[in-house]
Structure formats: structure tokens, C-alpha cells
Design a protein around this ligand. Structure first.
Ligand code: FES
Ligand code: FES
Length: 149
């Protein structure tokens, strides 16, 4: 079946199988920043932004994305570079496997949360796991990026 989907601002028509997940569809179409981790909706490595909200693409059937807008890191390179500088300056960029998902989640957070507290930030990150670091550096970097105390 064919779905109509906007990816990074471009209208696309993609051939998908009824049982196919968005993670597979995106990677098959060249969006290789979208990483496969647990494949069970638990680790957040496959996060993309769908209509402004971060979602685990491994747990989202591609047919459910029909008529919706998806953003991957390929579509927000300038913002990713800026966020990456904050993350690396706090020492949280290690293997980097989780980085695209964190960047997209932080971008959504910026749009959604006004003046978040540290608890708000931690709560927002609950779906994103990083196996290399604790989350203290992430929290520090995000507070600096968002300009909150
Ligand atoms: S790969 Fe999708 S949440 Fe882990
Ligand atoms: S930096 Fe390695 S999983 Fe996060």
C-alpha cells in the first residue's frame, strides 16, 4: 500500500507493508539516523518527531503515519549541531548511538515546555536511554541549551 507522508518538509509517497513499522520504512528510504535499538518501544533510539511529538518509530505502524509529518535528524541539521555542542561540552557524547534520538527529544522539549524544572526535563527524557553515560551531564547540557536554572 502507498502512504502519503511529509518527511523533513518534503511530501513523499512511500510503498509500505501493512505490518511494517515506521523505523523500517524510514531506514529503507535512506533516513539512517533513525537507529534500531530494542525494537520494543523501550529504549528511544528510534525516536522521530511526528506532528511535533517524539515517538518511538519501532512501535508505530507506517500506515499510522499516513497524512502526518515526520522529522528526523536529517531535517534539523543546524539545530542538531547546536544541541550537539551543548551535549559534548558536558561530556555526554560517547558512542553517539543515542544522540539523534536525544537531539530530537530535546528539540521537542524546547517547543513544548516553558521554563522547565530539572524534574520536568528528567520526566521528558524518560523514553530515551543512554547506555554510556548517566543523565546528569544530559540534564546540565539541556538546562544550558534551554537557558533555565
Ligand atoms: S528501538 Fe525503538 S524504542 Fe528501542
Ligand atoms: S552515548 Fe552511547 S548510548 Fe548514549
Amino acid at each position: 500500500m502507498i502512504i502519503n507522508i511529509k518527511i523533513n518538509g518534503m511530501d513523499k509517497q512511500l510503498q509500505v507493508e501493512p505490518q511494517e513499522y515506521l523505523l523500517e520504512t524510514l531506514r529503507a528510504n535512506g533516513y539512517l539516523s533513525v537507529k534500531r535499538g530494542c525494537d520494543t518501544g523501550s529504549c528511544g533510539a528510534c525516536t522521530v518527531i511526528l506532528d511535533g511529538k517524539p515517538i518511538p518509530s519501532c512501535a508505530w505502524l507506517s500506515v499510522r503515519a499516513h497524512g502526518h509529518e515526520v522529522i528526523t535528524i536529517e531535517g534539523v541539521q543546524k539545530e542538531a549541531e547546536e544541541i550537539g555542542k551543548f551535549l559534548s561540552s558536558e561530556g555526554v557524547e560517547q558512542c553517539g548511538y543515542c544522540s539523534p534520538s536525544f537531539v530530537l527529544t530535546i528539540l521537542s522539549m524546547k517547543k513544548e515546555l516553558e521554563n522547565p524544572t530539572e524534574d520536568d526535563i528528567r520526566h521528558y527524557l524518560v523514553g530515551n536511554l543512554c547506555r554510556c553515560s548517566g543523565y546528569v551531564g544530559h540534564t546540565r547540557a539541556i538546562k544550558k541549551y534551554l537557558g533555565v536554572k
